[in-house]
Design a protein. Structure first.
Ligand code: C5P
Length: 298
């Protein structure tokens, strides 16, 4: 099969949230085994990638994401260029709309988008299963975001996934505090709160529970809520206020700091936004995605 080789592609890098998240235990490597339900959100960054003669350039608009070489999109581009024999370089432009250090998978989604975009410039030389392999090396959220699935149960380090058909798209309110939470710090706090060797117990997940947002809400919360709210009492107070707006589901997303509320209707969501106000935090209105993530477009 031959593939067209575009010189420039654009791709939306959608945010994720975790509808439940259990940290199963600390492994000898220091990493943690997870079990989580990922959902894709409409909120997205935008990545454009252009072929250049050699090297990698990255310009970021809309947020301070730190040194370019550490950016996950940069590292993803390098992984694909290395795997395809460095036949060309890329000039990337990233427009950030997903808040950073918020647990919304922004950096990971940029990486997933960069894997697909640079591979598209290489005529899709790298097969999909190898793209997912590269994704897993970049972080625990990247395989889900590279898979395109709108809803998936994931485990291990996020490299094991079970696609779940999503319920109809639900309106979402994201509550984004003025401070971020560092993921390694959140794992450290969680470990401190657990006895050494403590396990997460036995569970049987019932497929029927995944059919509605209410059923998903009853599957439980996020293990980071106790340690992160313990360290940031203002975030706990905000979470309690979010719960009082009667969402279908309210959670800390990932290791925070963003909170996610899912609502029955846009009207309920907008009423919740009015109740919460925007004094010490930002509110973003979005929705869960019912369709798979888009592929790169020329
Ligand atoms: O996957 P991500 O890049 O978000 O990971 C950031 C940090 O969080 C890791 O360097 C590690 O300290 C911790 N982590 C972990 N177990 C995981 C994922 C992340 O301990 N499954």
């Amino acid at each position: 099969m031959t593939h067209a080789m575009p010189d420039r592609v654009a791709i939306a890098a959608h945010a994720k949230a975790n509808l439940f998240l259990r940290v199963l235990g600390r492994e000898t490597s220091g990493y943690h085994g997870l079990e989580t339900l990922f959902v894709l959100l409409e909120l997205a960054d935008e990545l454009t990638v252009e072929r250049s003669a050699a090297g990698i350039e990255l310009a970021v608009d809309g947020a301070d994401t730190g040194p370019v070489e550490d950016n996950l999109a940069y590292r993803a581009a390098r992984a694909v260029l290395d795997a395809t024999g460095q036949r060309f370089g890329v000039r990337m432009r990233l427009v950030k709309r997903i808040p950073v250090s918020a647990g919304l998978g922004g950096g990971s989604s940029d990486a997933a988008a960069a894997l697909h975009a640079v591979n598209a410039l290489a005529g899709s030389a790298i097969p999909r299963n190898e793209i997912l392999q590269l994704a897993a090396r970049l972080g625990s959220d990247v395989p889900f975001l590279a898979s395109g699935a709108p809803l998936a149960l994931a485990w291990g380090h996020g490299e094991r996934m079970f696609r779940v058909p999503p319920p109809a798209a639900a309106p979402v309110l994201l509550v984004v505090p003025s401070f971020g939470v560092s993921t390694p710090k959140a794992y450290e706090l969680l470990d401190q709160g657990r006895a050494a060797g403590q396990t997460r117990g036995t569970v049987v997940l019932d497929a029927d529970a995944f059919g509605t947002w209410g059923g998903i809400a009853r599957l439980g919360g996020n293990d980071f809520e106790i340690p992160v709210f313990g360290k940031e009492p203002a975030l706990r107070a905000l979470y309690e206020k979010l719960c009082a707006t009667r969402p279908l589901l309210a959670r800390l997303s990932g290791s925070g700091s963003a909170l996610i509320g899912l609502y029955r209707s846009e009207r309920d969501r907008d009423a919740a936004a009015l109740e919460l106000g925007e004094r010490d935090h930002r509110l973003l209105r979005t929705a869960t995605r019912a369709a798979p993530a888009p592929a790169p477009a020329a």
